[in-house]
Design a protein around this ligand. Sequence first.
Ligand code: GAR
Length: 209
Amino acid sequence: MPLRLGVLASGRGSNLQAIIDSIENKKLDATITIIVSNKSDAQALERAQQHGIKGMYLNPKSVIGESDPRKAYDQKILEVLKAHEVQLVLLAGYMKIVTSVLIEAYQWRMMNIHPSLLPSFPGLNGQQQALDAGVKISGCTVHFVTEGVDEGPIILQAAVPVHEGDSVDSLSARILEQEHRLYPQAVALFAAGRLSVEGQKTKILEPAS
Ligand code: GAR
């Protein structure tokens, strides 16, 4: 049975596209059962439509007035994910901090991709932070989601050189190429049952023979 994925995305959705492509090219034995966005105009939702995948906009304002709006919003998302029998949640350019409501329900079953070699440069604008720090190598990281922003056991990383004269755009584009390669690979490892979290670390198990 293909692994059932749920994707949370806020914007362009190029990482989502990389996952869709891997599935369509039969490199990844998975199916995306739902794509949820907190932005009504997210390109990710257009991609969903183009590929016949169910997409849903959940308005963050719908929970204003709740005692804990962030948790109330995540509760709504959780209900959607459960209704679509999601087994693994992928944050793909999802620009909202997820709360314990989702993290506990999907412990070690929710991944994020970030455009730096974590734990360096978490949060917003990882590529700008790398340029500001003058590092010569940056990259991207896929990790399991925990409550700290861009923390959590690292699954895979790819290194990307920083060139003299790089702009945020040129560095981001070079990193993005690696993101698109890395994220489907991490999902494939999960689908194959090859990821095991031990303490703060993710162990990659040998393939079953
Ligand atoms: C990607 O570069 C992703 O790594 C980054 O947002 C971009 C989304 O692009 N995520 C973060 O910075 C998370 N802290 P996409 O919408 O085209 O996939």
